[in-house]
Design a protein around this ligand. Structure first.
Ligand SMILES: Nc1nc2c(c(=O)[nH]1)N[C@H]1C(S)=C(S)[C@@H](COP(=O)(O)OP(=O)(O)OC[C@H]3O[C@@H](n4cnc5c(=O)[nH]c(N)nc54)[C@H](O)[C@@H]3O)O[C@H]1N2
Ligand SMILES: Nc1nc2c(c(=O)[nH]1)N[C@H]1C(S)=C(S)[C@@H](COP(=O)(O)OP(=O)(O)OC[C@H]3O[C@@H](n4cnc5c(=O)[nH]c(N)nc54)[C@H](O)[C@@H]3O)O[C@H]1N2
Ligand code: SF4
Ligand SMILES: [Mo]
Length: 744
């Protein structure tokens, strides 16, 4: 059955828009699947990318269980994955579009009204203030096909030049660090490396609760590995470490420079690898001379014995892998910190071999998809907006005029926010992210978004902090209610499936983008993007010849057959049609040689000369050091394995809700509490220069004296944080600002 809706387009003209079968209908069951069968789908929360068996009755999902043969999770899932279906039925789902009326209330409207209002208001703003006065903010949590369609529609169809994603809050640092060091944004590892390492070093990462199934893979490592955890807090992960380096916040750069110096001193460097495959080592070696053990101890607050032991473990340990996440990326000097880690992996030759690597773990289910295909910082397919050849190639594949492609990347998220403050941006379209909870320095952010002439929020729920402030809410289907692919942390492309009907008139983001294209008047340009799978075929062609080449993936079914496929996977040989022989039609699409593949096994990096670069710089002091008035350092991050970000989804599961505290709490060291006269579970106030919150005190020795920790899942956390950014990646430094705590 094909549904259709009528849309008023440009005044009197009435157009009929076709939606793909199943948009309003029953969950689409693949033709060959029985209505009571089981289908698979990759989990829609974290970047681990576990595969789930979804059990159907009459074509609709009734339950799920972790998939066993999949090379990622091997039959395991964490609580969020197990509960993925239950969050879809919440009462606060946006079941129709909602428009703010003259009385200031959000009222349900039909899709034609919503689409006409969307296009009418944004066009009006562009006419009055220029095309750049409308921007978008997107996400790492929708399928690649959807984010690519959004990027193409907004930038080539609607003339929007500025759009960025919540991946700026998360991954921008790793992207820039890799691009500068390796020549392309390329996390090199495969999850088998967790099991093959002799030494695993986790820096600013708490996989025990943020990536529980990756952590399960570590627990399966048969080599009794040394596990080094670099984190100011004694996290769940640190409790499982053989060595915990509880350093001063944001002193990681100094630690890794000091480590590099010790390794050079001991002769624990791989001269052959450095000589053949890198540039800049000798300058780097000279630079780190200054980082004596004494200075490193001063800068990190660590005892000499710990740092020496760290060097010993890395030097003598065999295969060493380095894994970092938000403790590194979210920093005023994140890029150089990530590169301080990369430098140590390069100089010890710990890259390209099993059990090694300088490995940034991604966060969201499709962070990697957004890095390559969101058309924000990179032109579609990991291309460069500034490169004329790249623009022509993309234009040719899409069948559009090259002049439609901007010559520069977008403004980054913080510049978009600043653009609103300065009155340059008047219209904002927010897709699948919740900035009024997650963006830094919340009070300022709220005030800034208030200045917009028109705010559109496209979300599954109408109750999010940002949706509540919107002028128009577009009701979106979520994970489980639509088709597409995600790219996980080890570059594995996996398939997600529609297994449930979206509530009411909620539509897949893909369908919403297509309807907007038609209403805007640029539908013709995107006419080949007829379905997620058709879009996937376009994306494949865009990657030809790129480091992320996936032209060798035949179609969605091949992803299922192979247990997901890691990029790169280029097509081999020439096409059958060109050869004109009777070869088997699938011979161009060979199965990957191994289900687990890592990059750089030949030592060749993506810079023109094939070499990786050592990059380094003097560390800079904390942007807001503790003071007399604000004597404590606030750390923020994930609070439990059962809470996801701003909790719009996980708070809807009765099972998950039982697994974490419902109201905001603050972890405080008992010695600080004693000094401040604060008892366990007492109400306290936390204040920074920018705002305050009241919370329950949770006394624990897992935070150091002089530090407090607040999970980011509570809306209050970002009232305190400071709008400070890494200069290269523009990623916010969420994890260090000065606060004061007092009893109420
Ligand atoms: N349950 C759950 N899982 C998630 C998410 C979630 O919301 N909930 N979110 C997903 C996403 S998008 C992401 S990005 C990842 C994040 O995954 P992680 O980065 O592992 O999680 P965080 O808790 O944000 O930060 C990790 C650690 O950094 C430490 N840290 C703070 N400052 C410093 C410092 O200066 N140096 C060092 N070395 N460490 C520091 C913190 O104490 C914290 O323990 O998790 C993903 N997985
Ligand atoms: N203080 C502090 N702040 C932080 C962090 C920190 O460590 N400390 N971490 C930062 C990091 S790493 C991240 S990634 C961000 C995350 O910040 P956000 O992206 O703001 O967090 P989410 O709650 O994941 O928001 C996703 C939104 O999309 C909606 N949604 C889910 N699925 C779909 C879909 O398929 N379609 C549509 N249209 N909508 C959908 C959800 O309901 C939700 O409202 O937070 C950042 N903020
Ligand atoms: S570890 Fe991540 S991908 Fe796996 S089930 Fe949990 S949330 Fe989903
Ligand atoms: Mo993230």
């Amino acid at each position: 059955m094909t549904s259709s809706i009528l849309v008023q387009h440009d005044g009197p003209l009435t157009r009929e828009l076709l939606l793909s079968p199943g948009d309003f209908g029953l969950g689409r069951v693949p033709d060959r699947v029985k209505p009571d069968a089981t289908v698979t789908s990759v989990c829609g929360y974290c970047s681990t990318g576990c595969n789930l068996n979804v059990h159907l009755r009459d074509g609709e999902a009734v339950n799920l269980s972790p998939a066993t043969p999949y090379p990622v999770n091997l039959g395991m899932a964490c609580p969020k994955g197990w509960e993925a279906l239950s969050v879809l039925d919440a009462v606060d789902r946006a079941t129709t579009p909602l428009l703010r009326g003259a009385d200031g209330k959000l009222e349900p409207v039909d899709w034609p009204t919503a689409l006409n209002t969307f296009c009418g208001r944004f066009k009006q703003i562009q006419q009055r203030h220029g095309t750049d006065s409308v921007a978008f903010l997107s996400t790492g949590q929708i399928p690649t096909e959807e984010m690519a369609l959004l990027g193409a529609l907004a930038k080539f169809g609607m003339g929007i030049r500025h759009g960025d994603g919540n991946t700026r809050q998360c991954m921008a640092t790793a992207v820039v660090a890799y691009k500068q060091a390796f020549g392309f944004d390329a996390p090199p590892y495969t999850y088998a490396d967790f099991e093959e390492s002799d030494v695993l070093v986790f820096i600013g990462a708490n996989p025990c609760l943020a990536h529980p199934i990756m952590w399960e893979r570590v627990m399966r490592n048969p080599h009794s590995p040394e596990i080094v955890v670099v984190d100011p807090r004694t996290t769940e992960t640190a409790m499982n470490a053989t060595l915990h380096l509880s350093l001063a916040p944001k002193s990681d750069m100094a630690l890794f420079y000091g480590l590099a110096r010790l390794l050079i001193e001991r002769g624990a460097v791989d001269e052959g690898f450095i000589e053949r495959h890198t540039n800049g080592f000798y300058e780097f070696a000279q630079f780190v001379e200054e980082y004596t053990l004494k200075l490193t101890c001063e800068l990190t607050g660590l005892p000499a014995s710990s740092i020496e032991r760290f060097a010993e473990v890395v030097a003598d340990g065999g295969r060493v892998s380095f894994w970092w996440t938000m403790g590194v990326n979210q920093s005023h000097q994140g890029v150089r910190t990530a590169q301080a880690i990369i430098n140590v992996a390069l100089m010890t030759g710990n890259i390209g071999r099993p059990g090694t690597g300088a490995n940034s773990i991604t966060g969201q289910c499709n962070a990697m998809g957004s890095r390559l295909f969101s058309n924000t910082t990179n032109l579609l397919g990991g291309h460069d907006f500034g490169n004329a050849e790249h623009r022509q190639k993309v234009a040719d594949v899409l069948g559009i005029d090259e002049s439609l492609i901007p010559h520069e990347a977008s403004m980054a998220y913080p510049e978009i926010i600043e653009g609103i403050l300065r009155g340059k941006i008047k219209g904002l379209w927010v897709v699948c992210t919740n900035p009024l909870h997650s963006w830094i320095h919340q009070n300022q952010c709220r005030d800034i978004l208030d200045r917009l002439d028109f705010l559109v929020v496209q979300d599954m729920y109408r109750s999010t902090e940002t949706a509540q402030q919107a002028d128009l809410i577009l009701s979106a289907a979520g994970w489980g209610e639509k088709d597409g692919t995600f790219i996980n942390s080890e570059r594995r492309i996996g398939r997600i499936r529609k297994v449930k009907r979206a509530p009411g008139q909620a539509l897949a983001d893909f369908s919403i983008f297509r309807l907007i294209a038609d209403t805007w008047g640029c539908g013709e340009m995107l006419k080949d993007w007829t379905s997620p799978e058709a879009a996937f075929q376009i994306l494949k062609r865009l990657t030809a010849g790129q480091p992320c080449d996936i032209t060798g993936i035949r179609d969605y079914d091949m992803l299922d057959e192979c247990g997901g496929i890691q990029w790169p996977h280029p097509e081999v040989g020439t096409r059958k049609s060109e050869r004109g022989t009777g070869d088997s039609p699938t011979s161009d699409f060979r199965v990957p040689t191994s289900p687990e593949r890592r990059l750089f096994s030949d030592g060749r990096f993506y810079h023109a000369d094939g070499r990786a670069k050592f990059l380094f710089e003097d560390p800079r002091p904390l942007s807001e050091p503790p003071s007399e008035k604000y004597p404590l350092i606030l750390l923020t991050g994930r609070g439990s394995a059962s809470q996801w970000h701003t909790q719009t989804r996980t708070s809807k599961s009765a099972v998950l809700r039982k697994l974490y505290p419902q109201a905001v709490y603050v972890e405080l060291n008992p010695s600080d509490a004693r000094r401040l006269g604060i008892a366990h579970h007492e109400r306290i106030e936390v204040t920074s220069q920018r705002g305050h919150l009241t919370a329950t005190a949770f006394l624990t020795p897992t935070v150091q004296p002089g530090q407090v920790f607040i999970p980011m899942h509570y809306e209050e956390a970002n009232r305190l944080t400071d709008a400070v950014f890494d200069p290269y990646s523009r990623q916010p430094s969420y994890k260090a600002c000065a606060v004061a705590v007092r009893r109420i």
